[in-house]
Design a protein around this ligand. Sequence first.
Ligand code: AMP
Ligand code: GLY
Length: 424
Amino acid sequence: MKVLVIGGGGREHAIVWKLAQSRHVDKIYCTPGNAGIAEIAECIEVGPDVEALIDFVKYNWIDITIVGPEEPLSRGIVDAFEKEGRKILGPTKAAAQLEWSKAFSKDFMRRHRIPTADYKVFTSYIHAQEYVRMMGAPRVIKADGLAAGKGVVVASTVDEAMQAIDLIMKDRAFGAAGDRVIVEDCLVGEEASFMVFTDGKTIAPMASAQDHKRIFDNDRGPNTGGMGAYSPAPVITPEMQEIIMATVMRPTIDGLQADGIKYKGILYAGLMIADNKPYVLEYNCRLGDPETQPVLFRLETDLVDIALAVADERLGDIDIAWKPEHAICVVIASKGYPGAYEKGAVISGIRDANKHEKVVVFHAGTAFGEDDACVTSGGRVLGVTASGADIVAARDAAYRAIQDISFDGMQFRKDIAMKAIRTA
Ligand code: AMP
Ligand code: GLY
């Protein structure tokens, strides 16, 4: 079989790495890919327009396409592929609205009684600011549309909330994503990422994961796309998983169905576990990055079998198995990330790091520089991923391997998974 993967980050490298182990796969294409993906797949420049991708898929006899990021989903890539009778893993544009419109997702949750923070949606910043003045702080301010993870401000003072509303609605820092703003109550608890595969009927949970969103140790500094993750997440006990499936995942898929929308693909709930109850902070309609790296490390089942079962709506026919081991991913970022950063620093030591047992260095923002040297080309550069019998062993292996890697200005968190170890 031939598979096409869309994307070029650490998540997509992990997807391609897993696909390369499939007994079904002869050839993997990836667009645009990165320097690490290029070692196991053919990286091609095609798209981003959907017509070009469909032409590529037809011309190269691609059996199934797997979409990494949210952006193509929000443009309706799945609708276009399905119209052409091409298999693809991901939700339609209407279903992906759970991610690309926070106002839609909040209203959807309220209607279907899915637990989430109380909120109001505003189209006028004057009204939004009046509401914040009335309600006080802390308050969470969110741009409605996609903002690359930067459209959410957890404001601890009224002033900060006012500034966030100005930034989103007056300065239009995120363009049309700021047409509407959501002002919501601040929840306090433990965060976790919970992802499932679903064909619209069967919902198959993935191994749980915990992301580390802030740039600095001890959860300080600004939010990022994610600086590290580990799996399993101790906060998601088997009992909690049952509760999440019954109060979040099942009502979400059934609620969409009742609204006339079939959801197929991957559904990700960013959760806050407060007073032993899960609340949805946000939905994503794709795999998380970097959660995918440790989660796919633990996936026993062939990913192609799962992708085909989802596309063909027979997920209920297969069993999905997870390895009992623990896995961790530590992200190495460029200096300046999540703000402005430089590109083109030569990276050394990846080969040595990869020689460590149970370690894989997934590439994110990497490219080929002069003389085919591997250089930095993004904010998040590498995700050093390792597994072990327990989280301590996995963590030690990842941090030992990182010592082999160096590039100018590299930064990474030293405390990934420490909270889990301390509370164990
Ligand atoms: P989101 O993109 O909606 O997941 O928000 C990004 C981050 O902001 C989350 O991972 C949380 O850390 C934080 N956050 C979002 N909504 C809330 C909330 N209602 N209460 C507390 N923190 C929140
Ligand atoms: N790591 C969070 C996300 O993928 O949205």
